[in-house]
Ligand binder design. Sequence first.
Ligand code: COA
Length: 260
Amino acid sequence: MTYHTILTQKNDGVLTITIERPKKLNALNKATISELHSAFTEAKSDATIRAIILTGSGDKAFVAGADISEFANFTEQQAAELSREGQQSLFNFVEQLEIPVIAAINGFALGGGLELAMAAHFRVASDHAKMGLPEVSLGVIPGYGGTQRLTQLVGKGRALELITTAQMIDASKAETWGLVNAVTAADELLDYCYRLAEHIKRNGPLAIAGAIRAVNAHYQTGINGYDVEILEFAKCFGTNDFKEGTSAFLDKRKANFKGE
Ligand code: COA
C-alpha cells in the first residue's frame, strides 16, 4: 500500500514503521492514525513479520502529540468520537497485536506520541528524548489511553505528577521510572532495537503471541490472568512450534520455528 504520512520498510522479518511528518514534529493527524492502522493491520496478516519497530522521522521528534489544529474546535461529541475511534483503531490495536512492537523514541514523545509509545509492547529511548503528557496545559486530558497506560507503567503518583504538572521528563528519568526499558545514544537507537528484534525472531511466534495475550489479560477487568496463562500455556503443547522447540533443545540444535 502507498502511504503519505508514514514509511514502512520490511527487512528479514522485521517491519520498521516511521512516522513521516517532520515539519509538524510527526504530530498524529487523522490521516496518520488511519495509515498506521492500515500498516499494523497489514502486518497482522503477514506471517513473515516477527517484530515491528515504530519510530519517528528526523532526530527531533518521535511524535509531538495529536495534531492540535485538527481538534481545536471540536464539540464534546466530536471529542468523544475522536478519542474512542483512535483508541480502538490504533492504540488498543497496537497493544493487542500479537507481534511485538518496540517503540524507538528518537526525540519528543508528547501527548498522543507518548500514548502511542506506551501502547507498544516496550520502549527504548535515545538519550536526548523528552517525554510528557502535557494535555492539561491545553485544558484537556490525555484521550488515547494515557491516563491508564502511564499509571500501569509508572504507578499512580508518578503518573499524576507527569499529567498534572504537564512537564517533560528526560530519557534517564523515564528509564528510572520504568517508562522506557533502555536509553541509547541517538545514532545507536535503531541498531539497539534491531538487536532486540533479532532475539525475538529466534523464538516461537505462537508462544510469543500467547505470552502477549496472557500479559495483556492482567490489565483486563473481570478476567483472571492466571487462568488465561493456564489456557495459553496448554495451547502451546498442541503446536508444531512446541515440538520443534523441545526437539531442537534435546538434539542440541537451533530451533526452526514456523509459527504452526
Ligand atoms: N500538533 C500540531 N502541530 C504541532 C504539534 C502538535 N501536537 N507539535 C508541534 N507542531 C508543529 C508546530 O505547530 C510547528 O508548526 P509550524 O512550523 O507550522 O508553526 C512545528 O510543528 C514545529 O514545532 P515548534 O513548536 O515550532 O517546535 P519547537 O522546537 O519550538 O517546540 C515542542 C517543540 C514539542 C516543545 C512544541 O512543538 C510543542 O509543545 N508541541 C505540542 C506538544 C503538545 O502539547 N502535545 C500534546 C497534544 S494533545
